[in-house]
Design a protein around this ligand. Structure first.
Ligand code: CUA
Length: 352
């Protein structure tokens, strides 16, 4: 007995340790959590999860209590013969009907929510086309005539319809605080302006809280799948309209002559960048293979989350993007160096 006492005492620490481990889950902000939705769509999915979760907890509780009761009440004792029971109609009816009722109580809200996640967009919904590329996101606003990449600006309080497609392989659009995952299929990656068939996936939601929400491609799509991130910037209507105006006619696109930015723009135009990239307000307007760089200087990161958007990282990205993002399809430009590189970096970061 004497050697068991410390063991028991040590075991008593276990629940405290478990509780502490659970408590760490409340310790920090989780940018990609599904538990604090900011849209009615996310809230509906969260409700279904919680419904199933609490029913599971009820079942766990009942099973544990009954098990504990049986273990204590019917434990082996000297001189007491175990009672053997063969069949009990009441018990059998209860353990068949009980789970059946619970399944129905989970099934009904689940099916209702599945249909809700596929609801038709309202008439006034703003359309955004989210096109997956290896490994970045293109966002087109056909009604507004603007395009951007990786950083998706959306207005708060206005219904949005995201039309999902891909330019190459299957990707998966996932912004946990906004909605569940949904596939980007390659079938509808048509040239801009072409009539879009209506067989693409879509997500319809209204954001009800301004903020920044992280998202991530959720389908393994090749080498840099993990570096295919996006940031949603949800803004009050007026702020969003100001952003749209700035994207349509970016004052920053044409720098003062004689400045380092002006030299940088020249490097951009003559150095080959414009074969793949566009910047609204300049002569570089036809490059479609790489991300549109209008407003690039305000993006939270570069390379769809591959690196911080700093001059050092951007210079490295231009010269050897693959060193920051394995498999990157961007042509490396080691020949852009020295003052040219410095000027190009300054120009790109001035685009706000
Ligand atoms: Cu795109 Cu994973």
């Amino acid at each position: 007995m004497s050697f068991r006492q410390p063991l028991l005492r040590r075991l008593a620490v276990l629940p405290i340790a478990l509780l502490a481990a659970f408590a760490t889950a409340c310790a920090d902000e989780y940018p990609q959590t599904t538990f604090s939705p900011v849209t009615e769509l996310g809230a509906a999915i969260d409700d279904v999860f919680m419904t199933a979760f609490w029913w599971t907890m009820v079942i766990l509780g009942v099973v544990v209590v009954v098990l504990a009761y049986v273990l204590v009440r019917y434990r082996s004792r000297p001189g007491v013969e175990a009672r053997k029971i063969y069949g009990n109609n009441l018990a059998e009816i209860l353990w068949t009907a009980g789970p059946a009722v619970i399944v129905v109580l989970i099934l009904v809200p689940t099916v209702r929510t599945i249909f809700f996640t596929y609801s038709e967009p309202p008439e006034d919904a703003m359309v955004v086309e989210a096109v997956g590329h290896q490994w970045w996101w293109e966002f087109r606003y056909p009604e507004l005539g603007i395009r951007t990449a990786n950083q998706l600006h959306l207005p708060v309080g206005r219904p949005v319809e995201i039309q999902l497609s891909s330019a190459d392989v299957i990707h998966n659009f996932w912004i946990p605080r906004i909605a569940g995952k949904r596939y980007n299929y390659p079938v509808v990656a048509l040239p801009e302006g072409a009539p879009q068939p209506k067989n693409h996936n879509r997500l319809v939601f209204t954001i009800d809280e301004a903020g920044e929400y992280m998202g991530q491609c959720a389908e393994f799509c090749g080498t840099s799948h993990a570096l295919m991130q996006m940031l949603v910037v949800a803004q009050p209507e007026a702020e969003f309209d100001a952003w749209v105006a700035g994207m349509k006619e970016p004052a920053s696109a044409v720098p003062e002559p004689g400045t380092i930015e002006a030299r940088g723009q020249e490097v951009f135009i003559t150095g080959g960048c414009m074969a793949c990239h566009s910047i609204t307000g300049t002569t570089a307007t036809f490059g479609r293979i790489g991300p549109d760089l209008t407003g690039f200087g305000s993006r939270w990161k570069l390379g769809a989350g591959a690196a911080e958007n700093t001059p050092e990282q951007l210079a490295r990205w231009i010269q050897h993007s693959e060193s920051l993002k394995p498999g990157s399809k961007m042509t490396p430009f080691p020949q852009i160096a020295g003052e040219d590189l410095e000027a190009l970096v300054a120009y790109l970061q001035s685009l706000k």
